[in-house]
Design a binder for this molecule. Structure first.
Ligand SMILES: *[C@@H]1O[C@H](CO)[C@@H](O)[C@H](O)[C@H]1NC(C)=O
Ligand SMILES: *[C@@H]1O[C@H](CO)[C@@H](O)[C@H](O)[C@H]1NC(C)=O
Ligand SMILES: *[C@@H]1O[C@H](CO)[C@@H](O)[C@H](O)[C@H]1NC(C)=O
Ligand SMILES: *[C@@H]1O[C@H](CO)[C@@H](O)[C@H](O)[C@H]1NC(C)=O
Ligand SMILES: *[C@@H]1O[C@H](CO)[C@@H](O)[C@H](O)[C@H]1NC(C)=O
Length: 450
């Protein structure tokens, strides 16, 4: 009985940038190979068909010579089979014992049986195959439990916790601050020993020899965490520069501030005035005012800012026709005016001072401060912004409800900077001013956005 040879091709199409995934060929290479295979199969098919025809002829000859009884309809063909969409069927005979093969066009992969045999029961073995758009994830390119995300013609990996890299090939350092035994690196004795046993290229803290084992004739080399295999014979481990690798990664930067690559790991550093957070990646402002790390004097008030502190001291303003006294460290009230002194009664009733610490580049618009009248007198309450051009460029004053005005930041401010704004609230009765209250807001904007 005639049976054609079965060619099995296992193809894996992966599209990734060429620096990673050495197992994966380029798409062009694969398409070229596919075309060659198709050509080969066509030739193969043609020659098979030829021999099949010859065989049939011989059978027919045999049948006709054996007499009419034999030709008595023996239904020995399987139902017709169609080629899959975006693919081809090789082999046209549907007779028992014959085999057909299926092949997909470039860019498609076969799902189902690669070949089917017409069985004695006059049914085909296997499942009708289909040609599916090539899935870049088909060859499971993501390592170490990473999840492959098919992005049509290429893929990306969502790595499991503790792994990183395009194919999750790199182990993330367990701790953000890796202690290195510097005594080993600086001790001349150990250095000499290392130099004696290792080639120069494989010593030093950022390059290390790999650990290789020979299993069934295959050498398998591994590196310590934080290092990646390199060198012509995989004999070297090179430090992974995590700072570079995660410079602008999707998962965010590795460090809030500065990333420092270390042998086998990395660490983050914070600017002066900040402490590293527990996870080592973020920075937390140090409250100098709470920890006596400030040098504010007794008559000053310490204001903690992001990355530092400010010592402030309120002196009541000198205003003609009026005198002010401090009723609290941050508030000055006008002494009662003589009954008939109109000029005095037009001056502000009070000045209050507020200091805000903010980070640089704060998004706007946003409410920075609210001023409310506790016990309103009169029939009208009016809020307005005092101050120069600078204040007007960054702030505006709006009413948020009947008794409240709010100071709004209208454009982001880059630090370090100090901005001042004054909100005046006036109370009126039938157009006559009953009182004026000034609120001075000082914003200390830090250098950083944290
Ligand atoms: C042979 O079998 C096929 C499919 O089972 C059927 O369509 C066809 O009519 C049969 N022919 C004869 C001669 O019985
Ligand atoms: C550091 O290396 C030296 C020399 O190899 C060794 O004696 C010492 O125990 C090491 N210290 C730590 C903490 O690993
Ligand atoms: C900042 O960190 C250092 C060292 O971890 C610690 O000694 C200090 O108390 C911390 N300061 C604050 C304000 O938390
Ligand atoms: C506090 O110390 C800083 C430097 O640490 C100095 O520049 C500043 O003048 C000092 N302020 C006072 C009020 O002593
Ligand atoms: C300010 O923040 C915006 C978005 O929040 C950002 O796009 C911009 O680059 C930042 N500007 C600076 C100078 O950091």
């Amino acid at each position: 009985m005639f049976a054609s040879a079965v060619l099995v091709f296992t193809l894996c199409l992966c599209y990734l940038n060429p620096t990673v995934g050495q197992d994966c060929q380029s798409r062009q290479d694969l398409q070229g190979s596919l075309k060659q295979i198709q050509k080969l199969l066509s030739t193969y098919e043609a020659s098979n068909l030829q021999s099949l025809r010859n065989l049939k002829k011989k059978i027919n000859l045999l049948q006709s010579t054996a007499g009419k009884q034999i030709t008595k309809a023996v239904n020995s063909t399987c139902p017709k089979l169609d080629a899959p969409m975006n693919g081809r069927k090789l082999g046209r005979s549907h007779s028992v014992g014959h085999e057909v093969h299926f092949l997909c066009d470039p860019g498609y992969e076969l799902v189902g049986s690669e070949s089917r045999v017409c069985q004695d029961s006059l049914t085909w073995s296997g499942q009708q195959p289909a040609c599916r758009d090539t899935n870049a994830c088909a060859c499971s390119p993501c390592l170490n439990g990473g999840t492959c995300v098919d992005e049509r013609k290429k893929f990306s990996c969502v790595c499991a916790k503790g792994w990183a890299g395009a194919t999750c090939q790199n182990q993330m350092p367990k701790f953000f601050v890796i202690m290195t035994n510097t005594s080993a690196a600086t001790s001349p004795a150990t250095n000499a020993a290392a130099a004696a046993t290792l080639p120069a290229a494989t010593s030093g803290p950022f390059v290390r020899p790999s650990r290789c084992t020979l299993t069934q004739g295959t050498t398998h080399c591994t590196c310590e965490p934080g290092y990646t295999i390199s060198g012509r014979d995989s004999n070297t481990c090179t430090d992974i520069d995590e700072c570079e690798l995660f410079h602008n990664g999707q998962a965010g930067r590795l460090c809030l501030h500065t990333c420092i690559n270390t042998p086998g790991g990395y660490r983050c550093s914070c600017p002066v005035g900040y402490n590293s957070t527990r996870d080592g990646r973020s920075c937390k402002d140090i409250d100098e005012c709470a920890t006596r790390q400030n040098n504010c004097t007794k008559d000053q008030t310490c204001i903690n800012t992001y990355g530092g502190f400010q010592c402030v001291h309120v002196d009541c303003p000198k205003v003609p026709h009026a005198t002010y006294v401090k009723t609290s460290p941050m508030r000055c009230e006008r002494n009662p005016c003589p009954l008939d002194n109109k000029a005095c009664s037009q001056t502000p009733n009070s000045f209050s001072y507020h200091y805000l610490a903010v980070v640089s580049n704060l998004s706007a618009p946003r409410v920075m401060f609210r001023v409310s009248a506790l016990r309103p007198m009169g029939d009208t309450l009016r809020f307005s912004l005092l101050g120069g051009k600078l204040a007007r460029r960054h702030f505006t004053v709006q009413r948020s409800d009947r008794l409240t005005g709010q100071l709004m930041l209208v454009s982001p401010v880059q630090g370090p900077a100090t901005l001042e704004a004054e909100v005046e609230m006036s109370e009126l009765e039938k157009g006559v001013q009953l009182g004026r209250f000034i609120t001075k807001v000082t914003m200390f904007i830090s250098q950083y956005e944290f």
